[in-house]
Design a binder for this molecule. Structure first.
Ligand code: FAD
Length: 426
């Protein structure tokens, strides 16, 4: 009997999932993809609005108007589906959305998607208490007609993204600060900050990127973070400071008691994982940045017919999704024999301990960076699937170095893949 799979979300991960399910008609019926937005693309669907959007739901996308990718298109692409070769390497967010649109059309995914359909509840139908024998009930709300429907599935793949629920630290004095306070999720463009003193808390990708575009119009940009000083030259009006500790009416004070008068504070403090549609029976736990109980960051250990794509961070997202999806489908098709629950838990504990020993904070358990390559190899070899193009690793690593040393100029580089694992740039 062919399996019926529900896919939650039609961003890059959901599209990739649908594409691979459709390519295996001997094992799977066409998937049912639920998407709350009117179109595909997820976080790449730029919205002018912030706060509450269509149908009274929070605006989903975190894109800002001038956003250009921080990875070159040569490593961003799904295997076998390159970006338009005429484009520069570091493309605009609109180019990525056009790419995902083209992907959806090329693999004829759109007919499988129920747009403007909000997944409210995913519940195991307890035929058996645990294990792969469980079937799933998915309750959705048609946002146009306000109709509720419940359908049954053999498996569920969750692709709901993790850049929509801002993580905002509590800072003493935030309530008396008279300037503007926002999270990067709600940042759209630099013009409203013209001539101002802006403090950004957090210097990861968004913090760095937004501070550079603010520097063009703001008077002073202060990048507050707990890392080592940034290696790259910065614009003359961008300064670094220790972590923000408290705020008064008009001033921001850092850990070392230095301070700066500020008109606005932007929290570039990342996001939280959220799966509000999972019933409590699923017993999914999100604690200190870790989603559990997941085997290899994706398979629910109690319910292996429930799989999460895209939990990992600091990865090459689209190729990574492709690997995880092919592994997931091999699990559903019984081509991968999962170890016992005890063995899966032991492997996870071993990974936690290995990361602790090498200085990775527990809250970064899903952060992959260099580990992504061996992770991919492990999933693909277990699933008997073809490897990713070998050039991804050296080009991803080289981009990291270019970015680290030259934040202002690295996006002007253009890359060309010259061989299986070779590339050149100009
Ligand atoms: P999303 O794109 O978030 O899609 C999730 C989908 O699920 C959405 O369409 C949403 O509407 C839907 N959904 C959620 N809940 C429900 C529900 N209950 N019912 C129905 N539908 C639901 N990646 C790169 O490769 N290069 C970059 O340069 C890059 N820059 C980035 C910059 C920013 C500012 C951000 C936020 C991310 C960036 N990323 C980048 C990472 C990006 O998130 C991934 O590339 C990828 O698009 C994530 O895809 P996803 O499908 O996992 O999630």
């Amino acid at each position: 009997m062919r399996l019926r799979v529900a896919v939650i979300g039609a961003g890059a991960a959901g599209l990739c999932t649908a594409r691979h399910i459709l390519a295996r008609p001997e094992t799977f019926r066409p998937p049912c993809v639920y998407e709350l937005a009117q179109d595909v693309g997820g976080t790449w669907v730029y919205s002018e609005r912030t706060g509450i959007g269509d149908h009274g739901l929070p605006v989903f996308s975190s894109m800002y108007q001038n956003m250009r990718t921080n990875l070159p298109k040569e490593v961003m692409a799904f295997p076998g589906f390159p970006f338009n070769p005429q484009l520069p390497s570091f493309v605009l967010h609109t180019d990525v959305l056009a790419y995902l649109d083209a992907y959806a059309d090329h693999y004829n995914i759109r007919p499988q998607i129920k747009f403007e359909t909000f997944v409210e509840l995913v519940k195991p139908a307890m035929k058996e208490k645990t294990g792969s024998g469980v079937t799933w009930e998915v309750t959705t709300l048609d946002l146009r007609k306000q109709d509720r429907t419940t359908e049954k599935f053999d498996a569920v793949i969750v692709c709901n993204g993790h850049y929509f629920q801002p993580s905002v630290p509590h800072i003493t004095g935030v309530d008396i600060f008279q300037g503007r306070v926002l999270h990067s999720h709600n940042y759209r463009r630099p013009e409203p900050f013209a001539g101002q003193s802006v403090v950004l808390l957090g210097a990861s990708n968004s913090g760095q990127d937004i501070s550079l575009e603010l520097a063009e119009t703001a008077r002073l940009v202060t990048l507050s973070h707990h890392g080592l000083p940034i290696a790259s030259p910065l614009p003359s009006n961008v300064h670094e400071a220790r972590v923000l500790k408290r705020m008064t009416e008009k001033t921001v004070i850092f850990e070392d008691e230095s301070s700066v008068p500020a008109d606005a504070v932007i929290f570039c403090t990342g996001y939280e994982y959220r799966f509000p549609f999972l019933s409590t029976d699923v017993e999914l736990r999100v604690h200190n940045g870790r989603v559990s109980p997941l085997y290899k960051h994706l398979v629910h250990m109690t319910f292996p017919s429930l799989i999460f794509i895209g939990i990992c961070q600091k990865i090459c997202p689209f190729p990574h999704f492709d690997v995880q999806v092919r592994f997931a489908l091999a699990v559903f098709a019984n081509r991968v024999r999962l170890p016992s629950r005890k063995e899966m838990e032991a492997e996870t504990i071993e990974e936690i301990e290995e990361k602790r020993a090498s200085g990775v904070p527990d809250r970064h358990f899903h952060v992959m960076e260099e580990r992504q390559w061996s992770y991919h190899t492990s999933l693909l070899s277990l699933a008997g699937e073809t490897p990713l193009p070998p050039v991804l690793e050296p080009l991803f690593q080289a981009t990291k170095v270019f970015r680290k040393n030259d934040l202002l100029g690295y996006k002007n580089r253009s890359f060309r893949i010259t061989g299986l694992d070779t590339w050149e740039n100009n």
